[in-house]
Write a protein that binds this ligand. Structure first.
Ligand SMILES: C[S@@+](CC[C@H](N)C(=O)[O-])C[C@H]1O[C@@H](n2cnc3c(N)ncnc32)[C@H](O)[C@@H]1O
Length: 393
């Protein structure tokens, strides 16, 4: 790959000479050139900016030096990356895609940005990308070019000694990475989780997967639904995260709406989800791992789990009645299963014997009917063995 960086502050790019791109260069995988845009100015002050047409604060980068630079660098056929806060958000998937390109030319803006015609012109000659590295404004595009270069170069085929280490990283599979540990096993009274010392690869894989799901749910719920492939039809931007007390009122409302259906299906009104009040739901949040799903702010689904011996009890799976039939319930079930901690060897849940829809879904998901719940006529228990080895990626 060849990378050219166009900037009015070439010294800013000095870190590119350091280890990572340096190694890629040594391996013959990367050719890197940093160019001072001012060499393509024609006045004695080497001016690259001017006042904006239409008025307003700040200065705008003039088109002429950019045009001359593009000609000199012969950008035709290259991929030209304009770093800009109004560009497409930079992602790991984008880094992987760019890593397959032969030539990248970074155009680093300054001031209020670059005259729009520069970008429009480049588009007639090259594959143009406008990329943002986050929803904040930097003073110039150099830091963005550095960040993008670093993320891209390490993905160039042949660069990483052990390509497997790439596959397990955050964002590669849509999940954040699980926590990592190294020696010593105990440090300042803090122990490495015993499962990692067990040598049991199946258990280690399951633990890591759970940690990755948990961490993603807590920190980046926006990623979680993509990684778990919710097929909810036209519902975009689902937010999935652990429930807090602030969710309790809506959980209770959803619970009442969902369990009226259950009461009808089982001809039994006196069931806990209908009897419970707000305090019960709030108290349950301490005893259960409860997660909620929101669509455009509205709480549309929820489910919970807790460890009972070696069984992960899955409960209170609910999807707003008007959104049922889109696969959300099925997704929610596997999501709550995925929250099961180390030590759970099976899943268990119960439902009304007359809840035909629920029973169908549970059986499809691999659950077996185990008969009536002790002391609760009309309520049936279903269980499923937890797979020995959960695939992480
Ligand atoms: C002060 S910024 C210009 C911001 C511009 N007026 C706007 O509001 O979009 C100057 C330059 O910094 C770079 N820059 C700033 N924030 C960035 C971000 N989040 N991602 C990528 N580049 C950024 C761009 O190259 C931009 O042209």
């Amino acid at each position: 790959m060849q990378i050219d960086v166009l900037t009015i502050f070439p010294d800013y790019l000095a870190p590119l000479e350091l280890s990572l791109p340096g190694r890629a260069r040594a391996k013959g995988l990367l050719e890197l050139h940093v160019h001072d845009l001012r060499q393509w100015t024609t006045d004695k002050h080497h001016t690259t900016d001017d006042t904006p047409y239409g008025g307003g604060a700040g200065m705008v980068m003039k088109p002429e030096p950019w045009g001359a630079a593009f000609d000199a660098l012969d950008i035709d056929g290259a991929t030209v990356v304009f770093t800009t806060p109004s560009g497409a958000p930079f992602t790991q998937a984008m880094a992987a895609e760019l890593a397959g390109h032969e030539r990248l030319v970074f155009a680093c803006g300054r001031y209020e940005g670059i005259d729009q015609r520069v970008i429009d012109h480049a588009r007639t000659r090259a594959d143009v990308r406008e990329i943002s590295i986050g929803d904040y404004v930097l003073n110039g595009g150099e830091v963005a070019a550095l960040a993008i270069t670093e993320a891209v170069v390490r993905l160039i085929p042949g660069f990483m000694g052990n390509p497997e280490s790439l596959a397990e990283e955050s964002h590669e599979d849509g999940l954040l990475e699980y926590p990592v540990f190294t020696k010593p096993a105990s440090w300042r009274d803090l122990d490495v989780p015993p499962v990692l010392l067990s040598g049991d690869h199946g258990k280690i894989a399951a633990w890591r997967h759970e940690q990755a799901v948990r961490r993603t749910a807590e920190r980046r719920p926006d990623l979680l639904h993509a990684s778990h492939r919710i097929d909810a039809g036209d519902l975009a931007d689902l937010e999935v995260r652990p429930a807090t007390r602030a969710d309790a009122g809506e959980i209770l409302t959803l619970q009442k709406a969902c369990w009226v259906q259950e009461a009808q299906a089982n001809a039994a009104l006196d069931i806990p989800p209908l009897r419970e009040g707000l305090d019960d739901v709030v108290a349950s949040l301490d005893r259960w791992t409860t997660h909620v799903v929101r669509a455009e702010g509205r709480l549309i689904a929820s489910g919970r789990g807790r460890l009972d011996g070696s069984a992960w009890d899955v409960g209170r799976l609910m999807v707003a009645p008007d959104l049922q039939g889109r696969g959300l319930g099925r997704w929610l079930l596997s999501y709550v299963e995925g929250l099961a901690p180390e030590g759970a060897t099976s899943y268990a849940l119960f439902t009304g014997a007359g809840s035909a829809e629920n029973l169908r879904m549970y059986k499809k998901a691999g659950y077996r009917l185990r008969g009536e719940l002790d002391g609760h006529p009309g309520v049936v228990v279903l269980t499923k063995r937890r797979p020995e080895q959960v695939r992480i990626f």
